[in-house]
Design a protein around this ligand. Structure first.
Ligand SMILES: Cc1cc2nc3c(=O)[nH]c(=O)nc-3n(C[C@H](O)[C@H](O)[C@H](O)COP(=O)(O)O)c2cc1C
Length: 558
């Protein structure tokens, strides 16, 4: 990577090129796995007061289709200890432990590249009242320790500041913050890890939005706050080491984003100034508890990740008002009658797929449809911008739909731009049998199983799945002047991935995110000839073959 890139935008473009996997050279990584120094997947804060959360998600009856219904259709829960517990359990909570021989590892509702989980979650609350026999939750900043389904109280608010703090929250709202510890991903993936960290952030944000829907809430990304204010509000370490090796200092956490969690019926209003005021109050400290060091030693430094973290921070901005898509057609109902909570908690990645399986065309239409923005539908109303990601599908075995290359124009206004970027040899023909409102086009007929296998770092799940896709992200010219858009593109890609994971479960299939792919080989297959679009994330879906050697245990001691 050319490290003398003079502007943040040039740094981003140089990093993106540098972190591509090529057929003869993967992006620079550590070369081997240093198991003795595998990072602890759980951040803890020794000495912070602990609040045990109840396990309540099983009691939520919202149907899976309730994730997509217009505001107000799911009864709005009032915020208190139990509803906050449900929000966390269904977004960042554990979903199972897996056991094989002497190894035991946790799975969570949110997936993560390599199951390394760089994302940490925080809740920022006003005083919340008691509910039944559950205690009140005191105003402050809390870290969610998913391992124990507990909150660690990192910040209390002094009584003199309490009224001012509480008044900054509109009625019925709270904030959720996401941070990342890049070391966890870089330990295994080296320079490409910055991408994975951002994808995981997007998955987690989407998981929060989906969980909020089960409570009649919504969650929306706050686009005004500066990354620095998010860091101040969440109490991020100022002295943490990113990849240092003094053996003592905890690894740094980087601020990513803030979501406003609010009743689904609340009208939009900007909140940037309130976040700055909250950050001012929180930054007065003191912060409770001492973060743990995750690895004894760090075998490598990853300076490009540090550079990228700095190049993509966001300054204070005007808050973007919501973008209202003009898509009146209702989403076709899911055939799966399970409650949303059950499908969210059974979400898993597959290790193997049945190569003989097929997908019904109706299930494909539903899957595509769920990635289209609709007012009030999770997770897309969490983002205030028109879609910037365009999935290009390699359909292998969908009944009644010819195998080949297809594109879903999540924002049909970008058609001419995409046509110009993708070469003239493509068909762009409407797909027979597809619902009229779906902007889904066939690019060419072909059997692409082998191609998908090679593109996906020789992973058989990509050829044995019924389909595999790459998500083309529009790399705006503005990346030069607004380099934080790079993070946002990856967040949106993670949200598409999370939606597909849940839709796969609802269709009786299984999804798997694919972070390991040969970028330019995919670009070549689809005829891409402009660097204004790049594939950011891949995904595959099929009928899983379950590994019976693994034992499954309950997430919380059940
Ligand atoms: C960003 C991202 C990239 C991933 N890349 C791959 C991949 O290339 N190959 C693969 O088999 N699984 C991949 N996965 C799946 C993870 O390995 C999986 O999420 C993790 O092991 C946790 O398991 P779970 O999804 O069942 O909870 C990816 C997941 C994410 C979120």
């Amino acid at each position: 990577m050319n490290t003398d890139s003079t502007t943040p935008g040039a740094t981003v473009e140089a990093y993106h090129r540098h972190s591509k996997h090529q057929p003869d050279r993967h992006a620079p990584g550590p070369g081997h796995l240093d198991w003795a120094n595998q990072p602890d997947p759980f951040r803890t804060h020794a000495g912070a007061p602990l609040i045990q959360l109840p396990l309540v998600a099983d009691r939520l009856t919202t149907a899976f289709d309730g994730l997509y219904t217009p505001p107000g259709e799911v009864p709005v829960a009032s915020p208190h200890l139990a509803s906050v517990a449900a929000l966390l359990e269904l977004s960042l909570g554990l979903s199972a432990w897996k056991v094989h021989g002497d190894s035991r590892w946790a799975l969570r509702c949110n997936p993560s590249s390599g199951n390394l989980h760089p994302t940490e979650g925080y809740v920022v609350l006003p005083d919340l009242p008691t509910e039944g026999d559950l205690p009140r939750l005191e105003a402050g900043v809390y870290h969610y320790l998913s391992r124990d389904h507990r909150l660690e109280q990192r910040r209390t608010i002094a009584s003199a500041d309490r009224a001012a703090w509480n008044a900054l929250f509109p009625p019925g709202t709270l904030l959720m913050g996401l941070t990342s510890i890049p070391w966890r991903e870089a330990w295994k993936y080296g320079d490409r890890a910055f991408r994975y960290v951002q994808l995981d952030t997007g998955h987690a944000a989407s998981a929060i939005r989906h969980a909020a829907a089960t409570l009649g809430w919504r969650a929306r990304l706050l686009t005004a706050p500066a990354t620095r204010d998010v860091a101040r509000l969440l109490g991020m370490l100022t002295a943490g080491v990113r990849f240092g090796d003094d053996g003592n200092t905890p690894e740094a956490e980087e601020a990513e984003l803030l979501l406003l969690v609010e009743p689904s019926t609340t009208p939009w209003r900007p909140l940037g100034a309130a976040v700055e005021a909250l950050a001012d109050l929180a930054a007065r400290g003191p912060w409770l508890g001492v973060p743990n060091r995750l690895s004894r030693r760090h075998g490598h430094a990853w300076p490009h990740i540090e550079t990228m973290t700095e190049a993509t921070v966001q300054p204070r901005l005007e808050e973007m008002p919501p973008w209202s898509p003009n898509l009146a057609t209702p989403l076709p109902a899911s055939a799966n009658p399970s409650p949303a909570a059950a499908l969210i908690r059974q979400r898993r990645s597959a290790q193997r797929f049945d190569p003989a399986a097929t997908l019904a065309a109706s299930a494909l239409w539903r899957l595509l449809d769920a990635t289209l923005p609709r007012a009030g539908a999770a997770p897309w109303d969490a983002l205030p911008w028109a879609p910037r990601l365009f999935p290009v599908f390699m359909l292998h075995r969908v009944t009644g739909v010819e195998a080949g290359l297809y594109i879903l124009l999540r924002d049909p206004r970008r058609m001419d731009e995409l046509k110009a970027a993708l070469g003239e040899a493509l068909e762009w023909s409407p797909v027979t049998g597809a619902p009229e409102h779906l902007p889904f086009y066939r690019l060419r007929c072909a059997s692409l199983e082998e191609t998908a296998y090679w593109i996906s770092c020789q992973q058989e799940i990509a050829s044995d799945g019924v389909l595999t896709l790459g998500m083309l992200g529009g790399f705006p010219e503005g990346l030069t002047s607004e380099p934080w858009l790079y993070r946002q593109l990856y967040w949106e890609a993670g949200m598409v991935g999370q939606t597909l994971y849940l839709e796969a479960e609802a269709a009786g299939m299984r999804g798997t995110g694919i972070g390991c792919f040969l970028d330019d080989l995919f670009h070549q297959v689809i005829g891409l000839r402009s660097n204004r679009f790049q594939s950011l994330y891949h995904f595959t879906l099929g009928r899983p073959i379950v590994d019976s050697r693994l034992r499954t245990e309950a997430p919380y001691g059940g």
